[in-house]
Design a binder for this molecule. Sequence first.
Ligand code: 5GP
Ligand code: MN
Length: 325
Amino acid sequence: MENFMFKNFISKILSHQKVAVFSHLRPDGDCLGSQVALSLWLQKNGIEVTAFNEDDVPGNMNWLETFFPISKPSKDKLQDFDAFIVVDGNALHRFGETAESLKNLGKPIFMVDHHPDPDDIFEEFVSVVSASSTCELIYQLYAEHNADQIDEHAAKAMYLGLVTDTGSFQFDSVKPATMHVAADLLKRGEFTPNEITERIYASRPLRQLKLLSMALDTIELHANGLFSTICITQEMFEATGCTNEDTEGFVQYPLSVEGVKACVLFREDGDRIKLSLRSQSDKIDVNKWARSFNGGGHQKAAGAWHEGPLKKAVKDVISAGREQL
Ligand code: 5GP
Ligand code: MN
């Protein structure tokens, strides 16, 4: 990673007085951790900050909102700000309808992210595809400006993003630098790893495990065992009382089957099917695979949509995946 990648970003953003920070739809630990840590940084450096997300913060991460409040944006509020920052997403549509309307305001929009192919609408952006998480980049921002500004809240918020976006430090996006960042956050924030992981992983409601058990039953192998699929239907949601956010992490199970190189999770959502794709092979690019269904993401983790029904979605998606082999 370059040493001073935030130089222009820092000098430009600190010239504004009122800034709004957006995290992406269906928020996860990385976008929320980045948003909170970045908002705290801006505040410490004399800027008036508001944090926005169009969706609800998942229950197991709502402790972040005691560090910095996250509210719902509305189009009429946007005029109040001089500049905007979006984190953990490469295009405005990832942040929802209100964020998409920012492009008509004529005010500068900044971005910090680790997804490939960033949109070209940003005033200044830091986009590093090799970074384990956007939180690792926000740590670099602090480190370049004044690492002593990392307080307990900022450290815990960034650690959350590191843990969740690396599957608890398992993915190959984890580099020695990632571990250095994690260690420094633990030291500066004076907390232990389990303090964060217990909050996010050991707080599963029973309904979620019931849903997982139904979903595991649907795992199937395709393409001589190189691909696996898992399905979550509306019926399962109704039987267990679960919602979409209860499916967080399920996609790792089909990927853990011996011999499987890539997997797809299919989730019925209204009259469409949400796809989550994962690869654990350098030869299978799920970002490319997801693009055949108007989606995107990273080489090893991506998402997209299919118009359904479920059976057709599985057939179409697996058939598109075979082209990767
Ligand atoms: P997940 O499967 O966890 O929802 O998403 C995995 C990755 O794919 C994330 O990095 C996310 O940004 C990206 N992603 C998920 N859904 C979509 C989508 O509908 N469109 C695009 N472009 N990217 C997505
Ligand atoms: Mn991320």
